[in-house]
Design a binder for this molecule. Structure first.
Ligand code: KG4
Ligand code: ZN
Length: 406
């Protein structure tokens, strides 16, 4: 028996999580919302690479092919049988409808056959729980369990509310203000992208410059070799502050929104005006000769002008994300900042957020890089408070491509 992060004494609870919202087929077993016992991620990058982006139809087919072996491996790695898990958790949305349906149908059928409870999880809440899962583990656990004897050096650390969470990935750029309600959290959407997600901008700029797919990791690598000050990219300030302070009561009325479709056009304009097209085409031809180009191969195919452009793009993206997020943190008096989602794996982003958070006196928490991008451990972890609260899905459960978090 142990003291749970949710102020209860409970036995070990093993949840099998399943995630299939985009281009990763993932399954994981997580113990009591805090220990990743197994974590299997089958990435479809190779399938989508030739198209420079995710092809929904292909994603669904790949999920169908991978779901059974991925789930079997997650159980085998955890040393657990189907019978010995306590519940199943599955991503309900948001995401690609056809992709979500594969994981959801599989999880429903499995839960029915095993007569185990099924928990529906919002993918965005999953990303937030990727941070909480590791924080609980690190602080063993001081998020709300103050009486438990804790061992690690970070014991008795409290996660202070209100929490502001930036979920920044290929499909989402969302700011949520989170508060506790019993065992669960409630969320207010206090800002999101008006057009492209930040990760989408990384992927589109990489495609435009013939750097490969996905764009984020390769741009992260290449940016270290260029001058981040070489090209200036101004961003529009999208604020919804009501001029009358008497009207600014709810968090939703103090929104800070993002927009990342313009920067892609600005990069394209820079390419055209600086006559970079021949160098880009040459790089594309060179990299197509290599079956799976490494980051080093891409670097070798880059001229200094491309590297400067990439470094300046990343610098502009990271600084815009950080400036808007820190401004929202101030606006909402946030005590803690969580930054999660695929783009949170970016090294410059981590440095800039950590530095700006320290200046503002707001602690910033990230997931490990492995749990920043899509995985099922975060889905199983997000399901744990719902398991404790008995919030189980019924037989009518279906995928919601545009599911909101509230
Ligand atoms: O969270 P994720 O795996 O899937 C979604 O929910 O969208 O995020 C994938 C996105 C892609 O756009 C990818 O380019 C971006 O995260 N990404 C990065 C990095 N690693 C992945 N962006 C910037 N820097 C990185 N190191
Ligand atoms: Zn995601």
């Amino acid at each position: 028996m142990q003291c749970s992060p949710y102020n209860r004494v409970v036995g070990n609870v093993y949840i099998l999580g399943i995630e299939s919202s985009c281009d990763e087929t993932a399954a994981a077993v997580v113990r009591s919302g805090e220990e990743v016992v197994s974590n299997v991620v089958y990435s479809q990058i190779a399938t989508h690479q030739p198209y420079g982006g995710v092809v929904p139809e292909l994603a669904s087919r790949e999920h169908l092919r991978a779901i059974v072996p991925v789930v079997q491996k997650a159980l085998a790695d955890a040393g657990r049988s189907y019978d010995s898990i306590d519940a199943l958790a599955v991503t309900q949305g948001p995401g690609l409808a056809g992709a979500l349906l594969v994981g959801l149908s599989f999880a429903k059928a499995l839960a029915y056959a095993l007569n185990k409870p099924l928990i529906a999880v919002n993918h965005l809440e999953g990303h937030i729980h990727a941070v909480l899962l590791e924080e609980r583990r690190n602080s063993k656990n001081s998020i709300s369990c103050q009486t438990g004897a804790s061992s690690g050096p970070q014991s008795n650390r409290e996660l202070e509310f209100p929490v502001l969470a930036l979920v920044v990935s290929g499909g989402h750029t969302h700011l949520f203000l989170a508060e506790r309600k019993g065992d669960s959290w409630v969320y207010h959407d206090v800002g999101h992208t008006r057009d492209d997600a930040a990760g989408e901008a990384f992927d589109k700029v990489a495609k435009l410059l013939e750097l490969g797919y996905p764009g984020g990791p390769v741009i992260d690598f290449l940016a270290k070799h260029g001058n981040p000050q070489a090209v200036k990219f101004p961003f529009a300030q999208i604020k919804h502050r009501d001029r009358n302070p008497r009207n600014r009561h709810s968090p939703e009325e103090r929104r800070v929104d993002f927009s990342y479709s313009g920067i892609k056009t600005a990069v394209l304009r820079y390419v055209e005006t600086h006559k970079m097209r021949p160098a880009i085409d040459q790089r594309g031809r060179a990299l197509r000769q290599i079956t799976t180009p490494s980051h080093e191969d891409v670097l070798a195919a880059c001229d200094p002008q491309s590297l400067d452009l990439v470094a300046s793009f990343q610098h502009a993206m990271v600084n815009d994300l950080a400036a808007k997020t820190l401004s929202a943190a101030q606006e909402h008096n946030a005590s803690t900042l969580l930054v999660t989602g695929g783009v949170a794996a970016n090294s410059e982003l981590r440095q800039v957020f950590a530095a700006r958070g320290a200046e503002a006196g707001v602690p910033v928490h990230f997931p490990s890089r492995k749990l920043s991008t899509d995985n099922a451990a975060m889905i199983a972890a997000a399901a744990y408070p719902r398991f404790l609260a008995g919030q189980f899905a019924d037989h009518e459960l279906t995928a919601e491509a545009a599911l909101r978090l509230s």
